[in-house]
Design a protein around this ligand. Structure first.
Ligand code: MG
Length: 401
């Protein structure tokens, strides 16, 4: 019922090698706090802090599970078979055979990793000593040679990749051993998959604080917004093969029982605001002025009701439609996958995802455009039923571009 007489639009993904070497982007979406774009080329770099000298391997405490002691890869697997990184001289080296991940799975944990970027400097930016430590196979702390190597701030060593630069740059020169000590708190999800608490990271790079109880916005993504998708309470830790011969040694992990130690209140930011009611959210969004961008793209879930114009197959009452829309809005704003919600719940028989410009918005119901043009990228709003402005029911709307 929402019709746009527009030619289909296509998405082009540039795979030019230049992009891999990029020192940042100016065309990526804004992160949820609205301050910087993903991999923002203009985001300031953290101050360089010279760490103390490299030391011998840090011995694991008694309760640690040793994931790599320099002798073999028995605690690791490849994507489809055995881990095949080169093991020699007490370390393992990335060799182009693909990412490896732990055989065991972990929830909240303290991880110690020692790594060294290649002594022989080749390439620049993201092409120099790139690897990564992924919790739950999806939340990356970046490994990179960030000694005298400019790249986008949210992609340098010890960054929460694509989200947060470290507090300082404490990288040692190429070839020298470096330490990551990371406390990772797993995200928590409700029974229906909504996000109850984001993942949190505290970490030290070479003994220097890089993140303090920093919430993550979701699974690591390249050039796009991070988001959460519910997963199990435990998952593997993955090390990345990014094509550079990064070495690792002395990796150990302590499992943490953090029950009864609630995290500190989450700082502001679009994804972590205290939960509002749908009505409050509608009032807040409509209280804003419209955004100035012309071309935008939105997805929506239409929840219609019996008696709405042209909706001949719908049997739910108008009251039930409102309740149902509120449930969908609540799930969507708690991190549930929007495309999945759209597929499961929308009464729109069209594609569900629509490009709009200020010239074409009049081809859609009025309330739809009024809300869509007040949302920031990644944000979710609702156009409530209104006989004149939104006659087909409630539209839960997400702006994606
Ligand atoms: Mg990486």
């Amino acid at each position: 019922m929402i019709r746009l007489q527009l030619a289909a639009f296509a998405c082009f993904i540039a795979v030019a090698s230049a992009a891999a070497q990029s020192k940042g982007y100016t065309d990526t979406p804004m992160l949820p706090d609205g301050k910087w774009r993903v991999h923002d080329a203009t985001r300031p770099h953290p101050q360089v802090v010279l760490p103390g000298s490299a030391t011998d391997p840090v011995p694991p405490p008694k309760d640690a599970i040793v994931l790599f002691d320099g002798s073999d890869l028995t605690q690791w697997k490849g994507s489809s078979d055995a881990a095949k990184w080169t093991v020699a001289d007490g370390c393992m080296t990335v060799n182009g055979s693909g990412d490896i991940h732990t055989v065991r799975e972990f929830g909240d944990c303290q991880l110690h990793v020692e790594w060294a970027s290649p002594a022989q400097v080749e390439s620049e930016s993201q092409g120099r000593g790139n690897s990564g430590v992924f919790f739950f196979d999806r939340y990356e702390i970046q490994v990179l040679d960030s000694h005298d190597n400019v790249t986008y701030a949210d992609g340098q060593a010890a960054s929460i990749y694509g989200q947060q630069p470290p507090l300082v740059n404490a990288c040692r020169p190429p070839g020298e051993w470096q330490t990551f000590d990371i406390v990772f708190r797993a995200p928590k999800f409700g029974p229906e998959g909504g996000l109850l608490a984001p993942a949190r990271v505290t970490m030290f790079h070479n003994g220097v604080l890089a993140h303090l109880d920093r919430p993550m916005w979701g699974a690591t993504a390249h050039r796009t917004l991070p988001s959460y998708k519910a997963h199990d309470a435990r998952g593997p830790i993955r090390l990345q093969d990014h094509g550079n011969p990064v070495r690792f040694r002395n990796i150990w992990v302590r499992e943490l029982d953090l029950t009864g130690t609630p995290p500190a209140p989450t700082p502001g930011g679009a994804s972590f605001e205290p939960k509002k009611s749908m009505d409050q959210s509608i009032a807040d969004v409509m209280g804003r002025t419209e955004i100035i961008d012309d071309a935008i793209v939105v997805q929506h879930v239409l929840v219609s009701f019996k008696g709405a114009p042209r909706m001949t197959t719908i049997t739910r009452s108008k009251d039930d439609a409102r309740l149902s829309a509120e449930k969908i809005w609540s799930k969507a704003t708690s991190g549930a996958d929007f495309a999945g919600l759209m597929k499961a719940h929308s009464d729109d028989t069209g594609p569900g995802e629509y490009p709009m410009t200020k010239a074409t918005r009049s081809q859609m119901v009025r309330g739809f455009g009024d809300v869509a043009y007040r949302l920031r990228i990644g944000e979710i709003g609702v156009a409530p039923w209104d006989a004149a402005g939104s006659p087909y029911g409630w539209h839960v709307i997400k702006r994606i571009k």
